[in-house]
Design a protein around this ligand. Sequence first.
Ligand code: HPA
Length: 272
Amino acid sequence: MTLFQQAQEAARTIQGLTPLQPKIAVVLGSGLGFIESRVTEGVALSFDKIPNFRTSSVTGHAGKLVVGRLAGVPVMLFCGRIHLYEGHSAQDVAFAVKTAVLAGASTVILTNAAGSTRADWTPGQLMLIQDHLNLQGTNVLTGPHDENWGERFVDMSDPYDGHARETIKEWAKGQNLTLQEGVYAGFHGPSYETPAEVSMARTMGADAVGMSTVQETIAARQLNARVVGLSVLTNLASGVSPVPLSHAEVKETADRVKGDVVRFIEGILPIL
Ligand code: HPA
């Protein structure tokens, strides 16, 4: 079976789960899986029960898909993702997003935890991703071209839909919510960046650094889906912060700003 046929098969399983047929998929990054508890009419399926699905071999728990309603809007919620740093290929990293689009999602909301390269931003703030730098040393479109996915040379001039960003920023103005907007630099990981790498990324225009998202965005754009990106700025990046980085800090901050993340996702779903 080709990768496309594998994704089609996975997509059919997802479509068969409920009559809801969501047009929006949400990928939840590190520490953001709690949003699942907000879903109504939800049907859950462990990733390892979806045919051909790529699951995390490292963390021990596969992650799961929940199809249901959030803020009344039908969504496919992907709780957990796989990363390049676990040893997965870029194609595998993006498989869930590709499947979601084949299953009917025309909009993909990608969330992640990220470090801020800016000392004037505060950990815990949310950042709407305006654009990205792919510093992961790979591209999901590498390899033989299968035209079922779309074009070989994919236009990336509006990777994070500009129109959606305007709508979201208008919405955020009416909320008691600080929403930054900036460029996300995707690194390979899993080591955090060195201060020199953060300084390089900052010089190149990055406002945030993380280890996910960019391959999924490229894959979604090839399939012509609209992408919205959200970074939870869990920490000041290495060298910007006076203290060493820790995964504990990342989890702690993500946990502390849960309420804002829920408000953001539930606020934007009905207006997208
Ligand atoms: N760097 C890379 N990934 C991250 C960070 C960071 O500072 N914080 C959370 N994820």
